[in-house]
Design a protein around this ligand. Sequence first.
Ligand SMILES: CC(C)(COP(=O)(O)OP(=O)(O)OC[C@H]1O[C@@H](n2cnc3c(N)ncnc32)[C@H](O)[C@@H]1OP(=O)(O)O)[C@@H](O)C(=O)NCCC(=O)NCCS
Length: 166
Amino acid sequence: MSGGLRIRAATEADLEAIRAIYNESIPRRIATADLEPQTAEARRAWFANRDHGTRPVLVAEDAQGVCAWGSFTNFKDRAAYAPTAEISVYVADRAAGRGVGRAMLDALLGRAPACGIDRILAICFAHNEASLRLFRSRGFTEWGTFPDACVMDGVRRSVVILGWMP
Ligand SMILES: CC(C)(COP(=O)(O)OP(=O)(O)OC[C@H]1O[C@@H](n2cnc3c(N)ncnc32)[C@H](O)[C@@H]1OP(=O)(O)O)[C@@H](O)C(=O)NCCC(=O)NCCS
């Protein structure tokens, strides 16, 4: 990625951009198991119901504004899962294929120790080649598969759990 990308903690003012990037991905049926656009209310609750010290949300900005976001989210809400988090990385279509996703992944991995996280799960569709490549490129390996766990537009889709630990 060339210069000009700034990665910082997200604020409430970024939520509409985060939601727009997420919703852009839904019709492709490759990134998320959501089938309908996410509401502003749901995205606000996602942001509010987290400890930002241990489960941060980051955004990447280029000259045109927010072009990607990433987060650590509880894999399970049970307290003993504190060291384990699920990672998400979403890049706007307009910024795809320029290294933004990898820069966001690196930013999150860099923050993991301060968040008390040393087990990271990336839960990806088996047909999401871009995300599998991205996470594998940073040492994530396959920890499991949910065969045909989802149905999208009548097609059964398997889900792969990629895991990372130091
Ligand atoms: C996955 C995603 C984050 C990648 O972001 P990106 O900025 O386009 O990716 P980068 O430019 O940093 O490239 C990272 C790797 O992904 C690969 N990649 C990117 N787009 C790809 C595509 N459409 N098909 C295949 N590989 C692709 C790149 O080749 C690169 O791997 P390489 O170095 O081995 O060649 C982006 O496609 C996205 O937001 N997808 C929708 C959300 C999603 O699926 N998130 C992952 C699950 S949380």
